[in-house]
Design a protein around this ligand. Sequence first.
Ligand code: ZN
Length: 562
Amino acid sequence: MLVVRLVLSLQVNILSFLRALLLPAVMLPLKEKDKPIIRKLLAAGCCARCVLRFCCVTDQAAYQQPQQETLRELQAFVEDAANSKAPDSPPPNSTDKQESHDVTGPEDPPSKKAKLNLNESAAQTDAAADDGVELKDLHVCVVCFGILQDFCDTLQAAKIAEAVKVQDYEFSSLTLSVSLPAQLCVRQHSCWLHMKNEIRQKGMLLDKSDVVQVKEAFKWIIQGLVARELGGVAVVTKSMFEVSMEFTHTETESDCHFLQATCPDCFTATKNKQSVFTRMSVVKAVEKISDATFLRHYPCPPKPPTSRCICQDVQCLHMSVFVAGRYNKFCRSLPQTPWLIDGERRMESSVEELIAVPIVSAFRADGFNFSSSGREDVDVRTLGNGRPFALELLNPHRSRLSKEEMKLLQETINTSSDKIRVRDLQMVSREAMSRMKEGEEEKTKSYTALVWTQRPIQKEDLSFIDDIKDLTLDQKTPLRVLHRRALAIRQRVIHNMNARFLDSHHFYLGLKTQAGTYIKEFVHGDFGRTKPNLCQLLKTDTDIVELDVESVDVDWPPAIPE
Ligand code: ZN
């Protein structure tokens, strides 16, 4: 068994292996003055690992060894103190006498307490440990509800690993996140108060914050085991891939209820939470109320529970990954995003869907958010180098594609439809993505508009247009977007223009403008809401027949050589 344990330790961590060699199992890092605390906590119904926590043991190996072994060692340790007068054992006063009588009093063992059942071989080799100590090992721990007793062994690790495997994610590291019942804080505090007196008497420099948290101890034990079950994947504190488990314990949920009466302002109803007793609010309340108030409303030590807690389903979540590129739109009947009116589809597809569907499927994501550097109307084409866009992929089961695979994905999109085309498709960081949005207003865009004039024109009538530079427009929010945009007057600059005569009623107008300029409104005037406008400049009614975006001058994402 020792061999098995050493081999396991070696696989998990060479350091803990060495520690196991250097520190024989009986050498828990405990001090003589811990003894009364250990006795007190064991008698109160704390499990062996919770006792280590309250003794502020931070040696991970101490938690990683089988709990039965830890219990046996604790038992031998306090037994030793009871049989031989340790040099620093306290002078017997009435309180201490009472306590040691409760726990280990050999002449009058309390009959209700379960006698510790060690396995036979252990009992034979370590007879002293099995001699006359009454412990509550068989009970569910009063503080952790069994989390550190029954939920952190190889079997549990295998269950977690299996649940992760079934969900079929690709990952190289993971973060384990654990959610514990809120009432655990109440019980932890009650046990702390239970041992506080002892600490004061011994003049120990211990603070409540030195106590190791259940969550921390749980992770110390389970992380290595889960890592091994998943074939050596790194379990780290910050990974893109999070595996979360939640423990619940319905039997003791009412433990928190007294806090609401004694500390009402710590519990405010929130819309999203099912219960006001969140872990945060309970911690806050426990810190706030006085020890005396706490002890008036809650037993110290806590009442032993009759059932273990329940581990809910293991949930996996991968943080978003981002894909960016540039798109062309060659079609005058394709909206950028799905066009729905009263829940009914108006157009069969959209730029967003044509791009996103193959990408979402390649990354096996649960969903996506599409964003782009500006947008074009349904009847406007986007030519040239195209418009930068980015896609946030939600909970992707695959988080990385090679350059080759990205190229293939781009081809898949491009062959699936002749209405759009993408280029420079690549993975980007969340931070890089914000570059697309920032400074968008300062960027320039180039357009070509096919313009109709009411009055017949000649080539010469248009020549003045080429000379106009940096024309500032006052644009009142266009009528067509007034339903979704606040009414305002925005100033936009047309940097330059050029005109190409087509026939006596038509010409092509090229424009280079500040981003955000409403081109259609500049051409037809929008009932005078845009000033100056092309009607004023040409002294005739003009209208826009066709519009193309020629370039969006945002130098992101970086171009990828074909
Ligand atoms: Zn416990």
